[in-house]
Design a binder for this molecule. Sequence first.
Ligand code: ACO
Length: 403
Amino acid sequence: AIDIRKLRGTTGYITLDSGYMNTGSCNSQITFLDGEKGILNYRGYEIETLAENCSFVEVAYLLLIGELPTQKQLNDFRELLSRYALIHEDMIHFFDHFPPNAPPMAILSNMVNTLQNYYPEMTSESEEELPEIAARILSKIRTIAAFSYKKSVGHPLVYPRYDLSYCGNFLNMMFDKPVKPYVVHPEVVATLNKLLILHADHEQNCSTSTVRLVGSAGVNLYTSISAGISALWGPLHGGANQAVVEMLMAIHRDNNDFEKYIKKAKDPNDPFRLTGFGHRVYKTFDPRATIIKRACAKTLKALNVDDPLLDIAMELEDIARNDDYFISRNLYPNVDFYSGIIYRAMGIPTNMFTVMFAMGRLPGWISHWREMMLDTKNLRIGRPRQVYDGPKQRDFIPLHERV
Ligand code: ACO
């Protein structure tokens, strides 16, 4: 390998790779991704196996610690998740000061940044403290997400319970009402576990790279994650799950005029894209999309939900997969194409879809932040260069002489 430090400043050459299409930023042992073959492994385990057999909490432990937990380790981790589920009571007042229509992603990134004021001791990369630190973040962010929803609809807050699982607790905090107690549906819990597992890590995507870049300046874990949440919000990244459902609703309102949307997506002069299609790394099926598509049909059936958006999504996929434009560019459905339809069936409001993604991605963000911090040999501030193509040196003209 070339020693980049020796090249720096001596040759005058700079590697220019807009969008980092093929630039590695680090070594990592967390997630393996083969975009040509559609393979995704966490810590060496295939995503299909993990999604089929594990809970989200088990997978979070795997990503964070590097090994699947034993039953005792899992019980201990669950205990920590229950113990740290509450947020400081003073933080609850913050929710009163966001406008009622504030986007939940904005609230989430604000509140996560604020966590470091209340829990400054919670940010360390040490081995012994990791399960505790991770459990606190995972659990508190879940509570913040559910509280922000309750506040937005003006309902009383529902506090986390000791007797419910990680996902069961979230659903209960979201949907339990004094007048209509929520009954946790096992199929919904199973599907939510699966969705969160599928989102848990995806190597150096935009939000994870943001967490690493911000963290590389020495910023605490919360602020780094808060920056990651902001990056995830973008419609080209995690915000796509909301944008897909909005697009499918627009097609529905347009009497399923698929032709119109396909034409717009193919028009080089129209910024419109078929949201939920395409991926920087996958040039074949996104393995997560395949699993989510199956789960989507199963969950809707179990919940007795007949959503016309599922039929529209399947037809749109069919049309795109037989169209030369999409075939020649290797554009396949990505993780966001079917996930929103499931969230809708669960009763999650559209503007919370990306919050769900953020909850899933947390173990990945924490694991990457920590991996970077522990790699002291390579740890240095992230600071890309540029190729300057502005004006050459110019003579200064005093203000009174400028015309
Ligand atoms: N609809 C129509 N055309 C598309 C789409 C799409 N969804 N995606 C890519 N293309 C076209 C581009 O216009 C370009 O065409 P050209 O070669 O004629 O100029 C070609 O395919 C290559 O696209 P790029 O933009 O160069 O691909 P890039 O790797 O930079 O972008 C991205 C990847 C952002 C995911 C893109 O495919 C996209 O915008 N998809 C829609 C948004 C989306 O679903 N985002 C979620 C991604 S998954 C995630 O982040 C969780």
